[in-house]
Design a protein around this ligand. Sequence first.
Ligand SMILES: [Zn+2]
Length: 83
Amino acid sequence: MFENVCKHCLKTFRSVDKRGYCDACRDLDVDEFDRIEAYLKKYPNSNALQISESLGIDVYDIIRFMSEGRLQVTRGTFSRIDE
Ligand SMILES: [Zn+2]
């Protein structure tokens, strides 16, 4: 069993696999990911801050998706937040 912390509600929970979100936040997580993915298809060179502002998703959520390897990073621009 893994001890996980949900990145959305910060609740601690156990599961058989390593996960970044609890059952209650699964829909939210999938929904956010779908919206980010759709946005990146339209605007492939967006950085995390632009996505956050356009979609109203917390910038740290987006960075976490990135660090989970679930978002394809193109040309390295996504990992930086421009001043
Ligand atoms: Zn949660």
